[in-house]
Design a protein around this ligand. Structure first.
Ligand SMILES: [Zn+2]
Length: 270
């Protein structure tokens, strides 16, 4: 499932192909993904120029010069294929941009989504309304996090997955960041001191940036004509490592917070 760093990597990859280009054609090859494609997708986008690409939480944003933004989510299995040599049954949306480049949104399980939103109204687009700060934004600071956690007795791990506290962090990166910061996942969010919140913010930014960097380097391998953007492997220190040794030698444990698996080292994290 694509997490924030994968989506960021995808957006950067698409930016190189799409930014500044005119959209020559838009074709949907079925009616829906998780929900129907907007019926007016082609007329609103064809002929428009792509002014920029961004990411918000785990959504990719493609802005055009008509005041519209295509908002995509990769769901469980979505990926963009750049100049695929042949189309497959799961290439559900095709966007051709000048000069003669083809972007195919491929999504076998169809949990992804595509929406067309007026750019000025993005903040009130339902998935974005009430969304907290971007974890990589300079405005995501220890004091901001301290205010969001004040008085909260829920486990910090669960709170880090609350989209109102921080947008799109995701389970893997919440586990890895808590390990890097040395904070036990079950600790009450409101009872973590400022010096540890400073370490936590640094750890969140570090693990995300390292993953984005890993994605960027693996993307060079994807830069084939059949190149597929969307996934890369990474090496986790605790995530998915229950029963294996942490770098300190202690066995990594698993617990459940708000129904999600949390992996942690009982020695490194207090
Ligand atoms: Zn350890």
């Amino acid at each position: 499932m694509p997490e924030l760093p994968e989506v960021e990597t995808v957006v950067r990859g698409l930016r190189g192909v799409m930014e500044g280009r005119r959209i020559a054609s838009v074709e949907t090859r079925r009616g829906d993904l998780r929900r129907p494609f907007p019926g007016d997708l082609a007329p609103r986008l064809e002929g428009a120029r792509i002014t920029g690409l961004d990411r918000r939480a785990k959504y990719g944003l493609i802005h055009v010069d008509r005041g519209d933004t295509l908002v995509f989510h990769l769901g469980m299995s979505g990926r963009w294929r750049i100049d695929p040599p042949a189309l497959g049954p799961h290439d559900h949306l095709l966007i051709r941009v000048d000069p003669d480049r083809l972007l195919a949104l491929n999504d076998p399980r169809r949990f992804g989504s595509v929406d067309l939103v007026r750019t000025f109204a993005l903040a009130s687009f339902p998935p974005f309304a009430g969304l907290g700060p971007e974890p990589l934004d300079p405005g995501f600071t220890p004091s901001l996090l301290a205010r969001a956690l004040a008085g909260r007795s829920a486990p910090i791990k669960a709170l880090l997955l609350d989209q109102r506290i921080v947008a799109g962090l995701g389970n893997i990166y919440a586990c890895e960041a808590l390990h890097k910061a040395g904070i036990a996942p079950g600790r009450a969010g409101g009872r973590i001191g400022m010096s540890r919140l400073v370490r936590l913010i640094d750890a969140i930014k570090d693990v995300l940036e390292a993953a984005i960097e890993a994605g960027g380097s693996s993307m060079r391998d994807f830069a084939q004509p059949s190149g597929e953007l969307g996934y890369f492997s990474a090496r986790w220190l605790v995530y998915g490592r229950e029963g294996k040794a942490c770098a300190c030698g202690t066995t990594v444990k698993r617990r459940t917070d708000s129904g999600r698996s949390t992996f942690f080292c009982p020695r490194c994290q207090r």
